[in-house]
Design a protein around this ligand. Sequence first.
Ligand code: ZN
Length: 241
Amino acid sequence: MRYGIFSDVHSNLEAFEAVIEALKIERIDNYLCIGDIVGYAADPKECIKKTKQLSPIIVCGNHDWASVGLTDIKYFNPVAEEALIWTSRVLDREEEYFLRSLKLVYTSDKFILVHGTLDMPEKFDYLLDTSSAYRTFNLMKVPLCFVGHSHVPLIFIEEDGRVNYLFESEIKIEQGKRYIVNVGSVGQPRDSDPRATYCIFDTEERRIQIKRTSYNVERAKEKIIKAGLPKFLAERLSIGR
Ligand code: ZN
């Protein structure tokens, strides 16, 4: 089985289409979405539509929930808050219902999906260091968990109770080790590489790859400006910050 995994699309249709194209040639059997389909950029409706077409297994992100009033927008910075208010205005009832129905955690016999962390997933904390990785490892019933939220691809590995992290773009899953994989962001990368990020998990080869693809950043920026969204949300796309 080959999974195509994506997270943090954030209404960036240009980036999302580029990732969908890239995944088309990867012989993907099933798609997984780690949340934050909407928020920040100018195409929430199209990004929801494209996500539904892929029919992935999905968990919700903080922006998905906040845009339909399930998370209080006071927890967001002013720029994110402005984009959330804009997003909630353009969504129709069906799109709202779709976002509202997304669950916090998905667990199968092979992997777990959660946007932030497994301890208090509803708080949407960032999994950025080994101590927060420990808390999630402690709650994992299977050896592999995919996360998003920070927009920075990163892999935590636990072996004999010790946790390390790698910024590798490819790893082999080994017996006796456990993994938390942050798959990065499609629509707003923050690791200084502006290219859209996605992930492939091949269960037979036991291999996980983090991949990048270029997309039409200028067009995504123009749409953000034209929609009247904060200028900063356009500017950051060019620098991957
Ligand atoms: Zn996000």
